[in-house]
Write a protein that binds this ligand. Sequence first.
Ligand SMILES: C[S@@+](CC[C@H](N)C(=O)[O-])C[C@H]1O[C@@H](n2cnc3c(N)ncnc32)[C@H](O)[C@@H]1O
Length: 295
Amino acid sequence: MPALFSGPVADGADGGPLGVRRPPSCPGPISARSRAEGFSERFARIPSALIQKVNGVASEEGFVYIGGRIADTIGGALGGFAGTRDVLDFGCGLGRVAARLFDRAPDARIVGFDIDPMMLKWGEDLLAGQPVRFVDTTLDLPNRSFDLVIAVSVFTHLDATTDYWLAEIHRLLRPGGRAFLTYHDQTLFGEMALQGQLPGVASDGALADRYVLGRGTPEGGAAMGTFYTTEHWERLLDRWFVISATAERGMFGHQSYSVVRPRPVSPPRGELLRRYARSLERHLSDLRREHEIFY
Ligand SMILES: C[S@@+](CC[C@H](N)C(=O)[O-])C[C@H]1O[C@@H](n2cnc3c(N)ncnc32)[C@H](O)[C@@H]1O
């Protein structure tokens, strides 16, 4: 069986201390050729660094296998996909999970959102001809437009902007809609501490609320891994959502997940946006200082 995830924490190749890396060449607009080719031919074109970033292992077999197991875990957690039409794959990467949802949720129309333009380009190429639309911002997506939001292995890479994105998912869900959100819990933290994989943490160290390993960007980065105690994670969720279920290590013994429904609350959007912009600005100013970029 291929490894489920790899990388600095769990899933993804290290993009360097700042998550900055040379972008692999981009496939350009989707061509008629992409649509005519099979999945395997399109998969073979994707730079392996990108596949490793989302999947750990770069083989097509591993990508398909893990995507299928994740889709099954989501289906199991939701009690199936009946009635699920509009799905947002938040932090979709290359569409590893989306690609395995079509046969399980035949009525689904999927929007894949990611902040990484390379993921979007190659994901679009890979899933050419499928009912999935890739977008680089959620700002144009209308309020209450999704029945289901999935975020697999995304909040595991966020920190300063977590609250902003939770509120954004809340905005996008229809009343009665659901979100499936994964996180790294205290038990995974404990195992990694024991193995000496967490700098500055004693081998018997316990997690207090949250711990951020490595350093990514506030927007999220593979070079960063965030751990939450389930108690703290649920406190974060509780602001915007009613929690239907949380399963520690529920994704095949690795990541944990929660299934949530939106609460009838109005997030203070202006304040969240201000905090989000401040986090990004702080990060950009660090980058300018470290790289001695002067304007
Ligand atoms: C480990 S990959 C997982 C991709 C996909 N969910 C899957 O399971 O195959 C994490 C993805 O989240 C994306 N990401 C990180 N922060 C994000 C954010 N704030 N909004 C959207 N995507 C984000 C990254 O660009 C990357 O593609």
